[in-house]
Design a protein around this ligand. Structure first.
Ligand SMILES: [Zn+2]
Length: 113
């Protein structure tokens, strides 16, 4: 997977963790199971990863985040799993393997799981 894309997927996973960490009930339950959640640490990790994203991809991601809870989604069976629109087969072609591509319908950033 493209490194930028891998970073974006990691950032999105951290954002989900952050949401759990900010939810007192969930955070307490996770801590009781042995997964202490530190809001500050997760925010630091997110900032650190965002710094490694190319500015154009970073600003696009941040804009998408205001519209969608999940701005980075996998392609499944030829469809965007965000809006279920067909994804052109060109997306999966070898020439596009190292590009960050987005859904033509909803704009979400796509990745191959
Ligand atoms: Zn879509």
């Amino acid at each position: 997977m493209n490194r930028q894309l891998a970073l974006l997927v990691s950032i999105q996973n951290l954002e989900l963790q952050l949401r759990d960490a900010q939810d007192e009930t969930k955070a307490k339950a996770l801590e009781a199971m042995g997964f202490p959640m530190s809001v500050e640490k997760i925010q630091r990790d997110i900032s650190g990863l965002l710094e490694q994203i190319e500015p154009r991809h970073r600003s696009y991601y941040l804009r998408l985040k205001t519209r969608f809870e999940n701005p980075v989604v996998p392609v499944w069976d030829g469809h965007c799993t965000g809006c279920f629109a067909n994804v052109p087969t060109a997306f999966t072609s070898v020439t596009n393997v190292n590009r960050v591509m987005s859904c033509e319908s909803c704009g979400r950033i796509l990745f191959q799981p």
